[in-house]
Design a protein. Structure first.
Lengths: 232, 176
């Protein structure tokens, strides 16, 4: 027994304070309500086996959930291959602007074009794909997605109204028709865009708005329906 | 005992290819218990291995577990067995097995009687028909998923011609 050990039996224990190592806080993973997912599922209920395209991040839980709701699911992750968002444009003094070439001033917009036959899908789950694109790229992408939809097909899109710098990339896991699990992905590059309401309205050319709602967590959910083909 | 890894590599250098394949049931941190490690090694030993330098074109069938770390083009059919596409595996084929684990790249339709597992490094382009599906973060998959349809429905349909079966084949009359 060491000389400094306390006397009086082995039952007593010495409590020592172990220095705690400060660890970075784990990213919060929260459940949030969703309004338009249920509307989408309800809208698809007349179809015997609606064909659904998911262009968001891969999630086996979502696939299983959708299949259990009688959907045929095709997944085509368009978010992960996207390049990281460009740095914010530099402020150029007015007397230097004329020296810049036109190519430098207007970068080529990133466009997402899923490779599928036209008119194949009853609905498209877009999640927050459009937050990764500039308005011209987002508009072009939505036109392409409209081609993939059947007449009067549905599209569900999310927009995060927080400033882009403060939010991480997120995986949306379906918990139920009215609840989503927001899983932050710290290693994936975050979305580079936060759209304003007017910009969102201007994006959806060729769609009729079914429902738009602004949630407490500063997410805007948009459910739109493809416009019917014009009659000649 | 402590030089287990070195001893194993000295005994059979070919087995070091097992580590490259990294099947799901063999993957794991090196701090696992010795008995668990032995069990895993046995299960990998029971699997056939197509090595990294092998290029196979055609139809591949069998009645044992298989790990493919090479290139296969055509069709793979392992009924009631486990198929692993290793890290270096490059497959352009339709796959069918009881359970399928993909770590490498696959282009083709996948039919699993039980489960399909896509690990983080996997890249799959094709449709999946399985009862269960597991996708790790980082996996790349493009295609459709069908969990309702049973695997039997994917078997090639036997053409049943009613006219053919209704009438017995007419023989020429025997000479009298």
């Amino acid at each position: 027994m060491p000389p400094s050990a306390p006397l009086g039996g082995g039952a007593r224990s010495i409590q020592t304070r172990v220095p705690t190592v400060s660890q970075p806080p784990a990213p919060s993973r929260l459940h949030h309500s969703t309004k338009n997912l249920k509307r989408l599922i309800d809208a698809l209920s007349p179809h015997p086996a609606p064909h659904l395209l998911d262009v968001g991040r891969l999630c086996d839980q979502n696939i299983t959930w959708l299949i259990h709701h009688r959907c045929k699911v095709t997944v085509d992750d368009q978010i992960t291959p996207l390049p990281p968002p460009p740095p914010p444009p530099k402020v150029v003094p007015a007397h230097f602007r004329d020296r810049l070439s036109a190519k430098e001033e207007t970068p080529v917009p990133i466009v997402v074009e899923p490779d599928h036959p036209d008119g194949l899908f009853d609905a498209i789950l877009c999640w927050d794909l459009l937050d990764y694109l500039d308005p011209p790229g987002a508009r072009h992408t939505l036109l392409r997605l409209a081609h993939l939809l059947k007449p009067r097909g549905y599209l569900l899109a999310f927009f995060n109204c927080e400033r882009a710098a403060t939010r991480p990339a997120t995986l949306y896991r379906i918990v139920s028709a009215e609840q989503l699990d927001y899983e932050p992905l710290p290693h994936a590059h975050p979305p580079g865009r936060a759209y304003e309401n007017r910009e969102i309205q201007e994006l959806f050319i060729g769609f009729d708005l079914v429902n738009s709602c602004y949630l407490k967590n500063r997410m805007r959910e948009i459910l739109v329906q493809k416009k019917p083909a014009p009659r000649h | 005992m402590w030089n287990w890894k070195e001893e194993r590599d000295e005994r059979s250098p070919a087995r070091s290819a097992d580590a490259a394949a990294q099947p799901s049931h063999a993957a794991g941190p090196e701090t696992h218990h010795e008995s668990r490690r032995t069990t895993m090694t046995q299960s990998v030993q029971q699997s056939a291995l197509i090595g990294q330098s092998i290029l196979f074109k055609g139809e591949l069938t069998g009645n044992e577990d298989l790990i493919i770390d090479g290139t296969v083009e055509g069709k793979i059919d392992l009924k009631e067995h486990h198929l692993t596409i290793g890290k270096n595996g490059r497959i352009k084929a339709d796959l069918r097995a009881k359970t399928i684990t993909i770590i490498g790249e696959v282009v083709g339709q996948i039919v699993a009687d039980d489960k399909v597992e896509l690990q983080a490094t996997s890249r799959l382009q094709g449709d999946i028909i399985a009862n269960r599906l597991s996708i790790a973060d980082g996996a790349h998959f493009k295609g459709s998923v069908d969990m309702e349809r049973k695997a039997e429905m994917v078997k090639p349909a036997v053409i049943h011609d009613e006219k053919l079966h209704a009438r017995p084949p007419q023989r020429a009359p025997l000479p009298v």
